[in-house]
Design a protein around this ligand. Structure first.
Ligand SMILES: Nc1nc2c(ncn2[C@@H]2O[C@H](COP(=O)(O)OP(=O)(O)OP(=O)(O)O)[C@@H](O)[C@H]2O)c(=O)[nH]1
Ligand SMILES: [Mg+2]
Length: 310
């Protein structure tokens, strides 16, 4: 792993004690006097994480101490409100201020409809549409990149994250054209990296993610879906699931046409996913064990039944 300090950069092994510190991009670390070993990790103010892709219950750390998250998408088929809500939730959970950056504004007659859809997703969320290749347009993002600020860019492959990093930081990140048939990227960036900005800030470029499973976002969903959370306060039952309970203010809003049914469906899906992924490995094993016992008892019951019939 590379560590940056006042005099430059140092490649330091992540072995021994350092391996146990769970260090990720954006962490502040202490180095031993000879600068060859990481001896400690400073307390973080925020952490991006996701459930690792695949079937394991492992958590993957994405970045730490991020002040602002640029959620990057494009004016094309990548634009997807459900995915944006997902990114907004992890931004809130990580204590980072989200800005939705919609690239390829130059490829459509007007990006207004994309911008309007993105603005509706969370109260007060900031949205910028631009041509990521044009440093002049990208300059609208500079207020978030000032001295002492760390900005991470997340989004699918091919949306222009590395292009933005190059326009903002003059970095030499590789970029490659998206596939013509489905507008998907080619996973050009394969590792996370930090780039210093002339004004003293830092940018974190990341590889496009195929899957961003939520884990431990809890209350962050209430922030992204603030209007649903506010309605839920008026439900008759405190534990209302907004499914068919009497006196449900959320269902009443759908009935009245003031809340979009799809939005509620997406909220429910993320809540369920978060609950499932936030189970620890131990909890999962214990649930599987309980289920195993249950199956056994059902089988035993069946055997007994058979026995008594004979
Ligand atoms: N016309 C246009 N092309 C863009 C824009 N932003 C990015 N591109 C192009 O889209 C392609 C993909 O951009 P990248 O910056 O490599 O995308 P990425 O998000 O870093 O992709 P991964 O590294 O695979 O995650 C490149 O050919 C860019 O030149 C934009 O705003 N307008
Ligand atoms: Mg890239």
């Amino acid at each position: 792993m590379e560590v940056a300090h006042a005099e430059g950069r140092e490649s330091v092994p992540l072995s021994g004690k350092a391996a146990k510190l769970g260090i990720t991009v954006g962490d502040w670390v202490l180095l031993a006097a000879d600068e060859t070993i990481i001896t400690d990790r400073l307390e973080r103010f925020g952490l991006f994480q996701r459930r690792a892709a695949g079937t394991s219950a492992e958590i993957q750390l994405i970045a730490a101490n991020v002040d602002t998250l640029f959620v990057v998408t494009s004016c094309n088929r990548d634009f997807n409100v459900a995915r944006l809500e997902r990114y907004l939730a992890i931004a809130h959970e990580a204590g980072a201020f989200p800005v939705i950056v919609i690239t390829r504004a130059d490829t459509v007659a007007s990006p207004d409809e994309f911008v309007a859809q993105a603005r509706r997703l969370s109260p007060g969320v900031l949205v910028e549409a631009l041509d990521a290749r044009d440093p002049e347009q990208v300059a609208t993002l500079k207020p978030w990149c000032e001295s002492g600020q760390t900005v991470a860019l997340l989004g699918s492959s091919g949306v222009g994250k590395s292009t933005l990093v190059n326009s903002l930081a003059g970095a030499g990140q590789d970029t490659r054209q998206v596939r013509a048939d489905d507008q998907r990227g080619r996973h050009t960036t394969t590792a996370r990296s930090m780039h210093p900005l002339a004004d003293g800030g830092w940018l974190i470029d990341t590889p496009g993610m195929r899957e961003l499973q939520l884990v431990d976002v809890g209350d962050a969903l209430h922030e992204v879906f603030a209007e649903i959370a506010a309605l839920a306060d008026n439900c008759r039952f405190a534990d209302c699931r907004h499914e068919s309970e009497p006196g449900c203010a959320v269902l009443a809003a759908i009935e009245a046409g003031t809340l979009d049914e799809d939005r509620l469906r997406r909220y429910r899906k993320l809540k369920l996913e978060d609950r499932r992924n936030s189970e620890t490995i131990a909890e999962r094993r214990s649930r599987d064990r309980d289920l195993g016992r249950f199956y056994k008892s059902v089988l035993a019951g069946k055997r007994q039944e058979k026995g008594s019939k004979k």
